[in-house]
Design a protein around this ligand. Structure first.
Ligand code: GDP
Ligand code: MG
Length: 434
């Protein structure tokens, strides 16, 4: 998947303390390849890399504390720009008429109901119209969903006159005091003249405020072509990208906005009516990079962590002469950033991990243990024999096993640092993946 490829490309960048123009160029090449293989349009990918490169050179990335993270943040921010900045909602006008168009099977009917549900939750009085008159099953499908979500509903099983149905449906909806009217329409397996003509006539009859294309996000580059064709014919106001659950992580989303200029407004993330979200470019960008909300993390770190202190620590880690005193100082820096759970939530691959409720309490205990040690012991943990550990446990008000656990953790950490120092990155990665 795109996420896996990008994560791979960026892994080296994230890990390295030092970053040269050469390995940055290599990483960006890989990022470009990952974008292309995820069906991102080649021009979009090329411009993207150009912009990222420009910024990496322009900013003092190479001199910063964590250059890899900085590059990742630049890539992330450019992804957000590509996806369209800020969440774009439907027009606020009431009554609001929305035409839902798209190919067969893209998720129009499902999305119509999902959108109705979402708007209803926000206090609207949505009304859905069955405009797919060729298949009785399609009308049934919408009717069932409308009942389930308690939405207003209109259909005419006896007519095939779509514009006529649209006009009558509108009348009925307004008479019932609906304030958002969603018109579901028929699709074809591919874009064809008849389909477009019929939708155009319906559009003329109901004069919609929004024309929303429902596109299958799993289609990749093909979804971009579909969007272009529909936009040319109908002047879209927004997109719903469906099926962004499972493995598809938005390769199409990346080029669809920059190729068509039409904003993605919602995404479908599953078959159920609740699997539907307002589109947030920053969240998808993070998901694509497989990094949780690293951006906020970097920003927060920049705000709270003393730059000089961080450099001193990084240097110590590189030399692998990191002792318990440093560990304590580090922990106190981290604590300034917020609770452990909130920090973890922003880390790559960790956003789903639930810390035990007492993670912060645990940190306080660790702090207490280290504080109960003498300065000498903190600097030279090998001094900590059984007697000393018992004394420390008493002083900190914890069990000896907890002291032992901490020492074990610290020991592992030191081993990792030695590996980093030795440049044994492969072994380190294996260790970390376990
Ligand atoms: P339409 O022909 O455009 O009206 O498409 P439908 O709404 O009937 O959806 C076609 C199929 O795609 C159905 O089986 C839906 O359950 C499924 N579907 C729609 N949206 C999503 C989505 O976001 N995720 C997943 N996994 N399936 C979806
Ligand atoms: Mg349908």
């Amino acid at each position: 998947s795109l996420t896996e490829k990008l994560t791979g490309a960026l892994r080296n960048l994230r890990g390295t303390g030092t970053l040269s123009e050469a390995n940055m160029a290599d990483a960006l090449k890989e990022v470009r390849a990952a974008l292309l293989s995820a069906d991102v349009h080649f021009k979009v990918a090329r411009d993207f890399i150009d912009r990222v490169q420009e910024q990496c050179v322009g900013q003092s990335v190479l001199k910063s504390v964590s250059p890899g993270q900085q590059v990742v943040k630049i890539i992330h921010d450019e992804l957000v720009k590509l996806l369209g900045e800020g969440a774009t909602e439907l027009a606020a006008k009431r009554p609001l008429k929305v035409l839902m168009v798209g190919l067969h099977g893209s998720g129009k009917t499902t999305s119509t109901a999902k959108l109705g549900k979402l708007l209803k939750k926000k206090g609207a009085r949505p009304f859905v119209v069955a405009g797919d008159v060729y298949r009785p099953a399609a009308i049934d499908q919408l009717e069932i969903l409308a009942k389930q979500e308690e939405l207003g509903f209109y259909c005419d099983r006896a007519s095939k006159d779509v514009p006529g149905i649209g006009a009558k449906a509108l009348e009925s909806a307004l008479a019932q005091n609906a304030d958002v009217i969603l018109f579901d329409t028929a699709g074809r397996l591919q874009i064809d003249h008849d389909l477009i003509e019929e939708v155009k006539k319906l559009k003329a009859a109901v004069q919609p405020d929004e024309v929303i294309l429902v596109a299958d996000g799993a289609l990749g580059q093909e979804a971009v072509n579909v969007a272009k064709a529909f936009h040319d014919a109908l002047t879209l106001t927004g997109l719903i990208l469906t099926k962004l659950d499972g493995d598809t992580r938005g390769g199409a989303a990346l080029s669809i906005k920059s190729v068509t200029g039409v904003p993605i407004k919602f995404i479908g993330t599953g078959e159920k009516t609740e699997n539907f979200e307002i589109f947030h470019p920053d969240r998808l960008a993070s998901r694509i990079l497989g990094m949780g909300d690293v951006v906020s993390l970097v920003e927060k770190a920049q705000e709270t962590i003393d730059q000089k202190e961080a450099e001193r620590m990084a240097e110590k880690m590189r030399k692998a002469d990191f002792n318990l005193e440093d560990f304590l100082a580090q922990m106190q820096q981290v604590k300034k950033m917020g609770s452990m759970q909130s920090i973890l939530g922003m880390m790559p691959g960790m956003s789903g991990v639930q810390l035990p409720g007492d993670a912060d309490r645990q940190m306080k205990r660790t702090e207490a243990i280290i504080q109960s040690m003498t300065v000498q012991e903190r600097r030279k943990p090998s001094l900590l024999n059984g007697n000393r550990r018992i004394r420390i446990a008493k002083g900190a008000g914890v069990q000896v096993v907890e002291v032992n656990q901490l020492m074990k953790q610290f020991d592992q950490m030191q081993k990792m640092m030695k590996m980093m120092k030795g440049g044994n990155q492969k072994k380190l990665m294996r260790q970390m993946e376990q």
